[in-house]
Write a new protein. Structure first.
Length: 303
């Protein structure tokens, strides 16, 4: 009579149960990851029962349990894989991987915003984050915001659903405070984050102040009838349209692009990069765009 080696029955039963679970997962459309997590504890139960039965049916006074080393090895490998799945599931890594595998990168529209301004509003303060922003002057007495964002989505899920997800607006006295928010970003290796690109329309007769986070910004200026002030930006692109009455005043810039600058250089201190300042005039230069602390400023005059 052949001796009973613990592990042989467990290995056979493990393969039978694994095949059954995989078959049912295909028929009933179960989540295969959840099946693997729920299935592997059966290995321990089967192996434990087999050891107990081996001891119970042993005819020796001092029974010695013999093991099928190869079967035990494969059971151990399967068990460790199951434990790894459980750990990944409990820490959320498994869900992240599943999401990353199913996600696709899409560019979607931001929810549109429009607010009619009262006549007592004289000043607008815009605070940007790290995303590129386009600000354009308009004759309408309203603030509008729209644009696009790029994000990883699953089953058409929107990362930005409402205006409040990317924009905050508060009115105090004669001033409107507008803050652009960064899109939702997950700090994990499976996500590329949300890239927001917003366009804001500002009434041309209202004073504008922009506080940046060294992000790129594009200004589209038509008939400006007030002053704009911008601070702490990276690349500033100004598109001047028509026949404006405008003076562009740049201070502490690394680079000024264009041939019409009246340029002045500022020497750096203690080895700092030499900064540049300059002015560019359109018409009589009655209204000003003042830019302080930027990497590069480029001005283009469009008909």
């Amino acid at each position: 009579m052949k001796s009973w080696r613990v592990g042989s029955i467990s290995m056979g039963a493990a393969l039978v149960f694994l095949g059954m679970f995989l078959l049912l997962s295909q028929v009933l459309h179960w989540n295969i990851a959840n099946v693997l997590i729920a299935w592997w504890p059966l290995l321990l139960i089967i192996l434990g029962i087999e050891i107990l039965l081996s001891l119970y049916f042993s005819k020796h006074d001092k029974p010695i349990v013999k093991y099928d080393i190869l079967s035990i090895f494969f059971i151990g490998i399967i068990g460790m894989c199951g434990i790894a799945f459980t750990i990944f599931s409990s820490t959320g890594i498994l869900n992240k991987v599943t999401y990353a595998m199913a996600a696709e990168t899409k560019t979607l529209d931001l929810p549109k915003y429009n607010k009619t301004m009262d006549n007592h509003i004289k000043r607008i303060v815009v605070e940007t984050q790290n995303q590129p922003v386009t600000i354009e002057s308009t004759k309408e007495k309203s603030i509008s915001a729209f644009g696009t964002y790029t994000a990883e989505t699953v089953e058409n899920h929107s990362a930005i659903k409402t205006v409040d997800d990317y924009l905050m607006l508060e009115e105090k006295g004669d001033t409107v405070y507008l803050k652009l928010k960064d899109g939702p970003n997950q700090h994990d290796p499976f996500s590329n984050g949300t890239q927001v690109s917003a366009t804001v329309l500002i009434p041309e007769n209202v004073r504008l102040e922009v506080e940046g986070s060294f992000n790129p910004i594009t200004l589209k200026v038509r008939n400006l009838s007030n002053n704009w002030y911008l601070n702490s930006l990276s690349d500033v692109t100004i598109q001047v349209m028509g026949k404006p009455d405008l003076l562009v005043d740049a201070n502490q810039a690394d680079q000024l692009s264009g041939d019409s600058w009246i340029e002045m250089k500022e020497k750096g201190h203690n080895g700092d990069i030499e900064k540049k300042s300059g002015k560019m005039t359109f018409g009589d230069g009655t209204h000003h765009i003042v830019i302080t602390k930027s990497s590069a400023i480029s001005v283009t005059h469009l008909p």
